[in-house]
Ligand binder design. Structure first.
Ligand SMILES: [Zn+2]
Length: 453
């Protein structure tokens, strides 16, 4: 495998996800450095110095954009959380220690495992949300993993200053929060990893903190919003109106707002999202994992509100194909209508809409000249894709993460022929195993080789 500066890539099908919805069978794409220079149909001859990749049986599409996650929690993937998603805190001591009390080393190990699996699922751009704890260096661990991963990461440094979720001694003041954000940016930010503020969620922050962090945002400000009926009732009681109305009145709802897994928005809130240009992340599997409701996504798409897909924690998996398929299934079931949501809509949310939600659609999210060569190649010979028919529906409804054969970002192959070109899986697995065992033991719930439950 060559990483020549100029590449000509052939594929049995090229799904561009551009505005026109062009699909070329067969098709090709030319890449120079990090950027796409040509996309089209057929099999043109290579020019001198061009490295040729002939993916003659395979499907090429833009790599995926994951708009929401808590990657350090990958350390406990597959474990069943005992708490529910509540406005207050109902975690038992052991799970508080497990899922929230991770230290720097644990955050790095968990996040590294997450990045490995994101890449194997065809994701090259992701957000990661991690809460700060005063005196602990959790975010340093999480961001170190982001930098080492080589992927494109918008890291959301999450702050709280009025919640039992983080014990009072570990909470930062407003000015300490702003200072910590500046420290993280000056220490770690580079051309791939950017750091943005996240007032974690309204019940856990003061308005003063929201306003201070809003002033510090560059590309976006993330926030968890109205994920449950309890949250909605809390907001109406606390403010006298719904949560989105409160953000609007505060003056912080705008085109740089990214709202994490909201479910319960009334019509006024949806109109405010449209008016402000705000976007959202929908996390189908995680929402259902926590027993939360399913929003009708047509309420957003009908208004042109960008909503991307997210994995989120808990999820139990990093298979973005599972999230796409689950999105289709839940929308159809919710609407009691098979035609109410298509596989193409899910693929749009996983690529171009996710890029729009992260304000990156001018650079990624579709295969077009001048955009970054962020590429996902699905193995056309995988058993799941036999016999070859119904291209988009096969990708969304039949393919799995295990069908992901090659992945490139900025024209550089990070996964080639199923092999990692940058990350070291053995090291990452060994570290995750050791640290998870230690964490379970110290939390008092280690119960043998296969864990507690
Ligand atoms: Zn979340």
């Amino acid at each position: 495998m060559s990483n020549s500066n100029a590449q000509l890539i052939y594929a049995a099908a090229v799904i561009t996800m551009n505005d026109a919805g062009d699909i070329f069978t067969p098709g090709f794409i030319r890449v120079k450095g990090a950027l796409i220079t040509e996309v089209g149909a057929g099999h043109p001859a290579a020019t001198d110095g061009e490295a040729v990749h002939d993916f003659a049986d395979d499907i090429l599409l833009p790599s995926f954009v994951n708009t929401h996650h808590h990657l350090a929690s990958s350390l406990i993937q597959g474990a069943e959380p005992k708490h529910k998603m509540a406005v207050g805190t109902v975690r038992d001591g052991a799970w508080l220690k497990m899922s929230v009390g991770l230290d720097r080393e644990e955050c790095e190990a968990g996040s590294s495992l997450g990045y490995l699996q994101l890449l194997e699922s065809g994701i090259t751009t992701t957000t990661d949300s991690q809460s700060t704890w005063k005196g602990l260096s959790k975010l340093d661990g999480s961001i170190t993993a982001a930098v080492k991963s080589g992927l494109r990461v918008i890291f959301c440094a999450a702050f709280v200053n009025k919640t039992e979720l983080v014990p009072a001694d570990y909470q930062l003041t407003v000015s300490e929060s702003v200072g910590e954000l500046a420290r993280l940016r000056s220490t770690y930010q580079n051309e791939r990893v950017t750091i943005e503020p996240e007032p974690l969620s309204l019940p856990r922050v003061t308005d003063e903190l929201v306003l201070a962090l809003h002033k510090e945002r560059n590309q976006l400000m993330a926030m968890h919003l109205t994920y449950s009926e309890e949250f909605d009732q809390w907001a109406r009681k606390e403010y006298g109106y719904p949560a989105v109305v409160h953000l609007e009145k505060l003056g912080v709802l705008d085109e740089k707002s990214l709202l994490a897994h909201p479910v319960h928005f009334d019509d006024e809130e949806v109109s405010l999202l449209k008016k402000s240009g705000a976007s959202a992340a929908y996390c189908a599997v995680s929402n259902m994992h926590m027993g939360l409701a399913i929003p009708d996504l047509r309420r957003y798409s009908d208004q042109g509100i960008p909503v991307g897909l997210g994995l989120d924690h808990p999820n139990g998996s990093h298979d973005f194909f599972e999230t796409m398929k689950t999105t289709v299934l839940t929308q159809r079931s919710l609407n009691r209508d098979q035609e109410s949501f298509t596989p193409l809509r899910a693929l749009e949310m996983a690529t171009r809409d996710g890029a729009k939600a992260l304000k990156l659609f001018d650079q990624i999210g579709s295969l077009e000249v001048g955009k970054k060569a962020d590429l996902l190649v699905i193995d056309g010979n995988a058993p799941e894709l036999q016999p070859p028919a119904g291209l988009i529906s096969q990708v969304v409804m039949a393919a799995k993460a295990k069908c992901v054969k090659h992945v490139a970002m900025d024209g550089k192959w990070h996964l080639f022929n199923y092999k990692h070109q940058g990350m070291n899986p053995q090291e990452i697995f060994a570290s995750a195993r050791d640290i998870q065992k230690r964490l379970l033991e110290s939390a008092g719930i280690y119960n043998g080789v296969r864990g507690a439950r």
